[in-house]
Design a protein. Sequence first.
Lengths: 358, 245
Amino acid sequence: GLAIPYWEGVPLKDMEFVQFHPTTLFGTNILMTEGCRGEGGYLTNNQGERFLGNYSDSRKAMEIAPRDIVARNIQREVDEGRGYEKAYVHLELQHLGEKKIMIRLPGIRTLAMDFAGVDPITEPVPVQPGQHYTMGGIDCNKDCETPIEGLYAAGECACVSVHGANRLGGNSLLETIVFGQIAGESAAKFFLGKGAATKSADTQLHESILKRETEKVESIKSSTGKENPFQIKQELQTVMKDKVGIFREEESLQEAVDKIRELKERFQNTSLQYKEGGFNYNLLGYMDIKGSLDVAETIAVGALTRKESRGSHFRMDFSKRDDENWLKHTVATLVKGECKLSYTDVNLELYPPVERKY
Amino acid sequence: MAKDSLKFKIFRFDPKDAQGPRFDTFDVPYTPGLTVLMGLIYIQEFLDGSLAFRSSCRAGVCGSCGMHINGQYRLACETQAKDFLGGKITIRPLSHLPIYRDLVVDMSGFWDKYKTIKPYLIPGETAPEGRERYQTPDERARIDGVIDCILCACCHASCPMTETDEQYLGPAVLTKAARFLLDTRDSGTGERLVISGDEHGVWRCHTVYNCVKVCPKEIDPTGAIAELKKEAIRWKVLGKEKSIS
């Protein structure tokens, strides 16, 4: 979704701001909603303590502190050996009682039982932070317009931005509904105007584009590369998880950027196993991986270049927020196959930034 | 057979292929927590790129991966492979719908039936000024049992009546009609009773209960259909003033 406009020259904004949700199920990383903590759930380490009280930034709000803070503190507990199986902590819901869980949290009870084999009424649920949402996305304005006339973006794929470096819980659903409507209205207004009518009637334009895209697909189908694109995907997943995760620093980010560029090279030498039409998941996967490699590059390059910590982007080597140098949006554009960064001002309007204290 | 691998025996069929249907067997390495869906994805990515099956959320909420697995219609993403360790996992597509290719069935017949039941709120009065339509917690609780349908078509596949009568609306579609019958904000009961009371509607249900057995969301379609049958009779015999809608 993000790759297609990016390939056509539309910039992607603020890509390094990736939200890691604090509580995903250990193993499958299926989401355990924030509602578990909102209803009164606790997070405990292998000493049985509600460890969020040991950190100055989560001491006050505890389990309902902002997501980036809770995710980082869970990860610290695990990294310092106070987790379970060196991977997760416990989400305790037993004290809420069967009635409350059955009425307020029946969905997560089913998920915990089906995918982790535990019943939250009687046992703690194993949870770990997991990638959840992209604050960054297709550069657009508050009418959902992108730099390409007639192309609109709304929801998670878009970046106006309304979330900045850190999204609050529930606001993704809100964003989808609000900007879905705005995008629809903007698009309708444009297509009812004169210029659009001319373009729509230009069948020659349509045919030339169809021809171009068909030829692209045909050349993918007839490629004879030696590697399996899904092998590239696995290696991409590993490098993003290990080096562009919750805690970032210069050396491993540089290694990640280098690795992604190597994977992009190797991807040129891949081919499809199945070349027919109709429900061709091999081809679909190939296109998906091709896009993922470019999107991953914007994230890694953005993270490497931003030498500060802000919201969900945390640098161990630059752990303070630096408004003087870095209060700006990162804009990533594809130039001759490479990710080039530039920066734009942040629209602060009503709320000048202050120190983040809890 | 090694304890840490599994055999996946999968139905393969391409209508364009003169060969006809067959079963292919694959060895999939087992890791703790492996689901049937994860196994299928592994096969598609590393063993045979031609395998076709639908999936999306991998968490049991989208309804895309309904299949017949070791004798039961269920979601592949919710089926733990560890229950079949040391043995074989046999996978077939959903029944009672045309097969597009391998495990992908043509759902358009199912969607056409779904549209006929008007699966959207038909409100009575005009919207209240500046606020939503209120429901008490008790009124909202009336639809608890029928609101979770993810349209996976496992019930439709397991129901023998959708086989003998291809136009039978089936458990999921009729449950949706019941969902609006029970919703206090809706007033489309009359229209829906006409559709669900016709030749291919509720009276084709013979309370076989297969749908109840297979539903991944633990919905009771047989019960919902019974409510529709009762309501249809109420309207006919007692008059629509006796409606429970």
